[in-house]
Design a protein around this ligand. Structure first.
Ligand code: UD1
Ligand code: UDP
Length: 387
């Protein structure tokens, strides 16, 4: 086995959670051959969006934290690129590993590819086909700066082919001769690993929130298109509140700070109204183990999150997606996720459909065998063996 130094770049909540799957597989199977350096851009910095995951998911503390914080896209991304470039020049890694589609992903892709370090992109090929989403631009640019691209689904793999990536490329792989793989999803690895642990470590979590199994709905909202447009945010929340009262069911909402800031500063009377409603529980962001328990025991999930959509499938829960399109299109084709955007009539229709239907849905295994992280790491090492 070759010995390599890998820089693992994280910044936003879901990337820290994803990094735990890779770090765990390195510790378990590849500790002799892979030295991992974690670089945190500091895109997320609140304890509930960052530190909590390092502690709970047993990821070693980042060797570097750029502490970039919140800013406009240009400033935030450029500060990250500058910081990552300095680290790359100092550490001279063999490759740089990136997850998903955030500004931290894009910054890592640009800094590394311009210095000719191979970029490895996990969650490659996902597309919403909506270029007004910052994430869509980040995905496309990161994929096209990468040397190894790991697509988590058939749809993602096909998207890469449609953009000119060729599955038949042979080694040596480079940015000009990249390799695309169809893998599973490393978040499925995580769910399998942490689901039982969550039950053991957080046994009293639901009781503390006075929640009963199958008797509440989990809601998350953080997408810029929903939080920054107060008409959309208000449409969604007023409709959901009315439906919760109508159906006498509790909505639990661990809300991202972005959403809370919008509510408190721009929709204060709605915020007060929600806080005083007995069917609504707005709570701070929860830890991943707590989130797993909320997902596993709820009746239904309503979200605009990419990760939470998939987790609804892992836990066999119907999902209403507060977006007009999704990168995880197999969920919609399966009939267990419904796209509603922020449209009041659509939200009502699909909410009542899932509340009233008594059919048992099928939840096929779209996301691999739970060993995707090992597969990815093995392929990374093979690239260096063949060089
Ligand atoms: C980012 C990603 C999004 C991902 C999400 C995961 C981009 C463009 N967006 O969105 O793809 O789904 O992370 O959660 O990269 N804030 C805090 N505390 C923090 C971090 C942010 O209060 O620790 C607030 C700030 O007001 C900030 C706002 O949230 O301006 C947005 O944060 P930002 O990191 O820019 O984007 P997210 O909405 O978190
Ligand atoms: N998550 C969490 N606590 C929360 C909300 C989300 O641990 O309060 C987890 C969730 O289980 C999923 C990931 O964060 O694994 C999704 O992150 P997010 O919704 O912020 O971003 P996205 O996936 O849309 O990029």
């Amino acid at each position: 086995m070759p010995e390599i130094k890998l820089i693992n770049i994280v910044g936003a909540r879901p990337q820290i959670i994803k990094a735990s799957a890779i770090s765990r597989a390195i510790r378990k199977y590849f500790s002799d051959s892979i030295t991992e350096i974690i670089v945190h851009t500091g895109q997320h910095y609140d304890k509930e969006l960052s530190d909590i995951f390092f502690d709970e998911l047993e990821i070693h503390k980042p060797q570097y934290n750029l502490n970039v914080g919140s800013a406009g896209h240009g400033r935030q991304t450029s500060l990250m690129i500058t910081g990552i470039e300095e680290i790359l020049l100092k550490e001279k890694p063999d490759c740089v590993l990136l997850y998903g589609d955030t500004n931290s992903t894009l910054a890592g892709a640009l800094a590394a590819s311009k210095l000719h370090y191979p970029v490895i992109h996990i969650e490659a090929g996902l597309r919403s086909f909506n270029k007004t989403m910052p994430e869509e631009l980040n995905r496309i640019m990161s994929d096209h700066s990468s040397t190894l691209l790991f697509a988590p689904t058939n749809a993602a793999f096909k998207n890469l082919m449609a953009e000119g990536f060729r599955p038949e490329n042979s080694p040596p792989y480079t940015i000009s001769n990249p390799k695309i793989y169809l893998t599973g999803d490393i978040m499925y690895d995580n769910t399998l690993f942490f689901a039982n642990l969550a039950e053991k470590k957080k046994a009293d979590f639901l009781a503390k929130l006075a929640l009963k199994r199958n008797n509440y709905i989990l809601v998350t909202i953080h997408r810029d298109s929903n939080t920054d447009d107060i008409n959309m945010l208000s449409n969604i929340l007023v409709t959901l509140k009315d439906l919760a009262v109508l159906k006498n069911i509790v909505l639990v909402m661990p809300l991202h700070p972005r959403t809370i800031i919008s509510l408190k500063t721009r929709l204060k009377s709605l915020y007060d109204d929600l806080m005083s409603c007995s069917h609504i529980k707005i709570i701070p962001p929860v830890s991943f183990l707590e989130m797993i328990l909320l997902e596993k025991n709820c009746r239904m999930i309503i979200t605009d999150s990419g990760g939470v959509q998939k987790e609804s499938h892992f836990f066999k829960k119907p999902c209403i997606v507060l977006r007009k399109e999704t990168e995880w299109i197999e969920l919609v084709n399966n009939g267990t996720a419904k796209l509603v955007g922020a449209d009041v009539e659509n939200i009502k229709k699909e909410f009542l459909y899932f509340m009233d239907i008594h059919t048992e849905f099928e939840y096929p295994g779209f996301y691999g065998d739970g060993k995707t992280s090992e597969f990815i790491l093995n392929e990374i090492l093979l690239m260096f063996e063949k060089e």
